[in-house]
Ligand binder design. Structure first.
Ligand SMILES: [Zn+2]
Length: 314
């Protein structure tokens, strides 16, 4: 894996839908970007184009999803499109968007993964730099938390535990590869519980949610017709979300992440903690550009996001 070149996509490609929380129509276009660009959201505001790097330094506090913002615009529910890009090993891309929320599509990363496959994955001339974990970092507690440990290759072990007959305790082991991501992670959908959905609507959230983009569990079963895409679809979706949130690190990480009843808030706290603890990692691969970026990031104050329920289903 080391020595792999940076990657972008082969051509621009678009998708449209509605935002899960806003309910607003939204169109995203993924486009190729030059080496060392990273993943950058762009939005046309009046006659000019504003940009926002998909980076932890641009994290915005948000309930139930991950959001980034800068230069006067904000994008929420970034995690599924970022998961598709990061899961496929795309280092550099532009994401043009015409609303404040990435469209929910079918609630998974599969539609974005399909776009990337149609556009093609293009190796670029410059090698990729990796952040290799040397010392463990822990966030949270014994009941609910996330850790990253040294490992010779990137891995995720995720465990969830819900008192519901279709979920209960599920653990998923993800060994990082494009093939594994596409086959076993990308298609896993967002899930929620019927009592939560009604509470969300009361608070003006989840307006774009429907059975077309969310698995909704009732007390004894689920509202959606058909069956789950995987018996352990819920924990696979948590892995999907985590991969999308890891994209905010802006560099591929070599370590073993262990999530336990975690969620977006803890995922992004882990990303920040990695940057706050430079003694716990080293850069491998050509360091110049990314080393400068990371040094800039480490100097930033820690993000003080508002406390949120870490186990929220979105
Ligand atoms: Zn999600």
């Amino acid at each position: 894996m080391l020595g792999q070149r940076q990657q972008t996509i082969g051509q621009s490609i678009s998708a449209s839908g509605v935002g899960l929380h806003s309910g607003s129509p939204s169109k995203v276009s993924l486009s190729p970007a030059p080496v060392d660009n990273g993943i950058v959201f762009r939005r046309k505001v009046n006659s000019h184009v504003e940009t926002c790097q998909a980076s932890i330094r641009n994290l915005r506090p948000m309930e139930l999803c991950t959001a980034v913002g800068s230069n006067g615009f904000q994008i929420q529910t970034t995690e599924h499109v970022l998961s598709a890009l990061w899961g496929f090993g795309i280092d550099n891309a532009f994401i043009d968007i015409d609303s404040e929320e990435v469209p929910a599509m079918d609630g998974s990363a599969a539609p974005f993964a399909k776009l990337i496959q149609l556009a093609g994955i293009l190796p670029q001339e410059r090698p990729r730099t990796y952040l290799k974990i040397l010392e463990p970092i822990h966030i949270g507690d014994d009941n609910r938390g996330i850790s990253i440990l040294p490992s010779p290759f990137p891995r995720i072990t995720y465990t969830i535990d819900y008192d519901h007959q279709l979920i209960q305790q599920q653990t998923y082991e993800h060994e990082w590869s494009t093939v594994e991501f596409e086959a076993n992670i990308a298609h896993a959908r967002t899930f929620a519980f019927s009592h939560e959905v009604e509470a969300l609507w009361d608070r003006g959230l989840g307006k774009g949610g429907s059975l077309d983009n969310t698995i909704v569990f009732t007390e004894t079963g689920m509202m959606n017709e058909g069956t789950l895409r995987f018996p352990d679809e819920c924990v696979r979706h948590k892995v999907l979300d985590l991969i999308g949130d890891l994209a905010l690190l802006s560099i591929h990480v070599i370590g073993h992440i262990i999530g336990k009843r975690s969620g977006h808030h803890l995922h992004t706290q882990l990303v920040q903690a990695i940057l706050d603890n430079p003694e716990a990692w080293t850069l491998v691969g050509p360091p110049e550009k990314h080393a400068t970026d990371l040094a800039d990031l480490v100097k930033q104050d820690s993000i003080h996001a508002m406390p949120l329920p870490a186990n929220s289903a979105f």
